[in-house]
Design a protein around this ligand. Structure first.
Ligand SMILES: [Fe+2]
Length: 243
């Protein structure tokens, strides 16, 4: 037992050895996980107006379901989220779709992907609003079969929910050590959150796990969520030829 302890001392750091090691090592970063944001407030007014009927309809659907349900809801629709149907192709959302499609292509190119034989499609686009009674949230998830995802905030403030991203490297998470200062983004960080404000656009790879922290219901929280996929042109041609 005594022998084994001495052996550990010899190889552990801080053992008082006087051996000189390099003081500065060259660090190179690989397998990076990007998140991009931009402020594009020019769509906010128009898209809030265009979203109103969709949210109204989604709210009615939830309230109708609650009325039909045998369950008693003492806190009303606390914790609910009003999700619209798909907005893809809706004329009022066309400008935003163009922004998303073009930006997605640019960001995939920026990352080093070759899109020569691919075409970008927005596969999902919908607006959602959290209950005014609070409790709205998203659990941690990814968007499968996609290459770029994102948000566009229409109603938000420092009193509403915000998106939280988690390190997609599961192996890294399994072996984490405690962080020295969780307020600083470092190599030890495993979660990062972004402030949500009207007009803010966030793009991220669809493999990035994300969630929304619980909303306290103090102020309205509404945003558009979208997912994009790069589809091989060969597949599109084969599909066209089949018709
Ligand atoms: Fe999501």
């Amino acid at each position: 037992m005594k022998k084994s302890t001495r052996k550990f001392d010899e190889i552990s750091c801080g053992s008082g050895t006087s051996k000189k090691f390099p003081t500065q090592l060259v660090r190179e970063d690989y397998f990076k996980c990007p998140i991009w944001f931009a402020d594009a407030p020019e769509f906010v007014k128009e898209l809030n107006k265009a979203s109103d009927p969709w949210i109204k309809k989604a709210k009615k659907n939830i309230h109708d379901e609650m009325k039909k349900s045998k369950v008693k809801w003492p806190k009303g629709d606390f914790g609910s989220i009003y999700h619209s149907n798909s907005l893809i192709g809706q004329p009022a959302f066309r400008k935003l779709q163009d922004y998303i499609g073009i930006t997605t292509a640019n960001l995939l190119l920026e990352q080093g992907f070759d899109l020569t034989n691919y075409q970008i499609f927005i596969t999902e686009l919908w607006v959602q609003e959290f209950s005014s009674k609070g409790g709205g949230h998203h659990t941690l998830h990814t968007h499968w079969n996609g290459h770029m995802s994102g948000f566009y905030f229409l109603k938000a403030s420092d009193k509403t929910s915000r998106p939280m991203f988690q390190d997609p490297r599961h192996g890294a998470i399994m072996n984490l050590l405690p962080e020295k200062d969780i307020s600083k983004p470092t190599y030890a960080s495993w979660q990062i959150n972004y402030e949500a404000k009207p007009g803010r656009m966030i793009f991220f790879p669809s493999y990035m796990p994300h969630m929304y922290v619980v909303d306290p219901g103090l102020e309205p929280f509404r945003f558009i969520h979208f997912n994009c996929q790069a589809i091989p042109i060969g597949v599109l041609n084969a599909h066209k030829n089949k018709k």
